[in-house]
Design a protein around this ligand. Structure first.
Ligand code: HEC
Ligand code: HEC
Ligand code: HEC
Ligand code: HEC
Ligand code: HEC
Length: 173
């Protein structure tokens, strides 16, 4: 067998190996995730812990099982509770400005939550497809609000375990 044929037969293996190395390299050398200042100092634990507000993720991120993007809650969702809970708390003034027409500071300008874990635009990820496969939110977001790592190697490790293809074009456009 010629050397050229051996290389051709090994090509898929080499490609996957290169992707793994790129993934490991990228993970090892990626800088710490950016944790931006938000319009309101929101804390997930207060809202999702069973002994606190005990909310379901989908109450705020409504697209998490049915849409490509999970989505961010509008201020009106927050005010469903915060018209009554901590109603005069200065930390929550931006909620009243955004969505409480009875408030003197009402402007109707929506809150602008800052994404801290966004994937680069060339990567395709769809929440609905992954919810259909049966994963709970916590599988990929064990601790929302802290630096969760959506690295390429995390995607590929699971896709390989699930016997899915790992062609570059599956995830990259
Ligand atoms: C009361 C509403 C609320 C609930 C309930 C809630 N979230 Fe959030 N979530 C937010 C808000 C507001 C932000 C934006 C501020 C921030 O990043 O902390 C956010 C941000 C996030 C982000 C970060 C997105 C990014 O790229 O910056 C993830 C991931 C997330 N939530 C997942 C979850 C999961 C998983 C649950 C259930 C365990 C959950 N959330 C429950 C309101 C909520
Ligand atoms: C289901 C009711 C509910 C909803 C909806 C809700 N909260 Fe809360 N929130 C609470 C409770 C309960 C507390 C704790 C109150 C206390 O400390 O006395 C709280 C506390 C807070 C605090 C004070 C800091 C802390 O974590 O204790 C902030 C800020 C806050 N919420 C922001 C938000 C924002 C922003 C949203 C919408 C994205 C939201 N909340 C939606 C129930 C809710
Ligand atoms: C298989 C892994 C996986 C699962 C399961 C998953 N997510 Fe995500 N989530 C991601 C990735 C990856 C991103 C970054 C996507 C991007 O930036 O395009 C993300 C982004 C988000 C964001 C911010 C951007 C957006 O989509 O609006 C929120 C909020 C979020 N997820 C909530 C949830 C909730 C709620 C669930 C459960 C219903 C869930 N996720 C299940 C991997 C997952
Ligand atoms: C926990 C395991 C797991 C993780 C982590 C995971 N996936 Fe998936 N992914 C799956 C499964 C299972 C399917 C097949 C779903 C179906 O039945 O179509 C899938 C399907 C896909 C598809 C094809 C369906 C579609 O959306 O068009 C793409 C693209 C994809 N994943 C991208 C990603 C990316 C990008 C990441 C990392 C940011 C990722 N996945 C992380 C398990 C995972
Ligand atoms: C299962 C999904 C998946 C597959 C398959 C995949 N990638 Fe990725 N790739 C990602 C994700 C997610 C990121 C973003 C990682 C991050 O932001 O930390 C990424 C990032 C990258 C980057 C870094 C780009 C940047 O913005 O810095 C390169 C280069 C890359 N991939 C090349 C490849 C090549 C080449 C292949 C095929 C051999 C491949 N990827 C296959 C999910 C995938």
């Amino acid at each position: 067998m010629s050397c050229r044929h051996t290389v051709l037969r090994l090509l898929p293996v080499l490609t996957i190996a290169a992707a793994c190395l790129a993934g490991i390299y990228y993970r090892a050398y990626s800088p710490p995730r950016y944790t931006p200042a938000q319009p309101v100092p929101f804390d997930h634990a207060t809202h999702t812990d069973a002994d606190k507000a005990n909310m379901d993720c989908l109450a705020c991120h409504r697209g998490g099982e049915t849409q490509p993007a999970a989505g961010m809650p509008p201020a009106s969702t927050c005010l469903d509770c915060h018209r009554h809970i901590l109603a005069d708390d200065p930390r929550l003034l931006p909620l009243h400005a955004a969505a409480n027409p009875d408030s003197p500071i009402y402007t109707s300008d929506p809150l602008r939550w800052v994404r801290s874990q966004a994937l680069p635009a060339h990567v395709h990820f769809n929440h609905a497809a992954h919810a259909k496969a049966g994963y709970a939110c916590e599988r990929c977001h064990p601790n929302p609000g802290s630096a969760t790592d959506h690295s390429m190697s995390t995607c590929i490790e699971c896709h390989r375990t699930e016997n899915l293809g790992t062609a570059c074009s599956d995830c990259h456009h």
